[in-house]
Ligand binder design. Structure first.
Ligand SMILES: [Zn+2]
Length: 287
């Protein structure tokens, strides 16, 4: 429940509300991916390897620039929380908030996952999405959001009166990265960042503007596919929320595995493609 307003609406409230919105970042202003090239390249894809992410666990994977990867639903409806880092420097990581501002609250084919400052370049481009038919439902729900953060043991501790749960996505992603870096999870968890919520159906309630989730429509066989614009380390958590149909106590939702498949295009299929350079701002900040 949200607090009711304490301030009386002014006489011109209706007129002020009636002002039309403007889109902050017109998509046309962004450098556009060559989707025709990517589509031609994906017609030549050859599977390199497939990694299974167990329920309530996380796993890391590497994707060389110019390769594709798919996150696939297997066995049952399940959402995934995705982190991306530049394989060359973990300081360059996915920037959920700016990606949301540049594209939309939910992503699909043609949208890109952007990295943080000072790099601000596309890390990956979405090249296929078998749930793109969903669009928006009557509640305002859409698929694959960049509005949520990630479930984490700190918020859980806060809300549960001291609970110690170890399989929130934040912990799953921390353990996955820890295994790659061969360090304790607590020493690498500051690399874990706000996620791309794969397969999750979310929105904001129309009356109170609160973040909501509902059962994901994903079914086994569905996948979302990405093109790696730079060398990537990815981490994926099979969220303990399962299909996110209910607000379950941690660890009680039905959960399923996810798969990550690495795919390689045929030699020459990406002729003309150039990996994006880091952002061109000189970083003087007028100082
Ligand atoms: Zn989660």
């Amino acid at each position: 429940m949200r607090n009711p307003p304490e301030t009386r609406a002014p006489a011109d409230a209706a007129a002020r509300r009636a002002v039309a919105p403007v889109v902050c970042y017109p998509v046309e202003a962004l450098p556009q991916p060559d989707m025709a090239l990517y589509r031609a390249a994906r017609a030549t894809l050859e599977s390199v390897e497939t990694r299974r992410i167990e329920p309530r666990q996380g796993g890391c994977f590497r994707v060389p620039a110019g390769h594709f990867f798919r996150i696939r639903s297997v066995e049952g409806p399940q959402v995934g929380d995705l982190n991306l880092w530049s394989a060359a420097d973990l300081a360059e990581r996915f920037y959920s908030g700016k990606t949301r501002a540049l594209h939309a609250t939910h992503l699909s084919t043609g949208d890109r996952l952007w990295s943080c400052f000072p790099y601000l370049r596309p890390m990956a481009t979405i090249t296929h999405d078998t749930l793109d038919w969903y669009g928006v439902d009557e509640y305002g729900g859409r698929i694959h959001d960049v509005i949520g953060t990630r479930c984490d043991p700190y918020t859980h501790n806060l809300l549960s009166g001291g609970g110690q749960y170890h399989h929130c996505c934040h912990s799953n992603l921390s353990r996955a990265l820890a295994a790659v870096l061969q360090k304790p999870a607590r020493d690498v968890e500051n690399h874990v960042h706000d996620v791309f919520n794969v397969f999750m159906c979310t929105g904001f309630t129309k009356d109170t503007g609160q973040y909501f989730t509902k059962a994901t429509p994903v079914q086994p066989g569905d996948f979302i596919e990405f093109f790696a614009e730079i060398d990537l380390i990815g981490a994926l958590s099979a969220c303990p929320g399962g299909d996110c149909s209910t607000v379950q106590a941690c660890g009680e939702a039905a959960c399923h595995p996810l798969e990550v498949e690495l795919l390689r295009p045929a030699p020459g299929a990406l002729r003309g493609w150039i990996p994006p350079a880091a952002n061109g701002y000189a970083r003087t900040h007028a100082s």
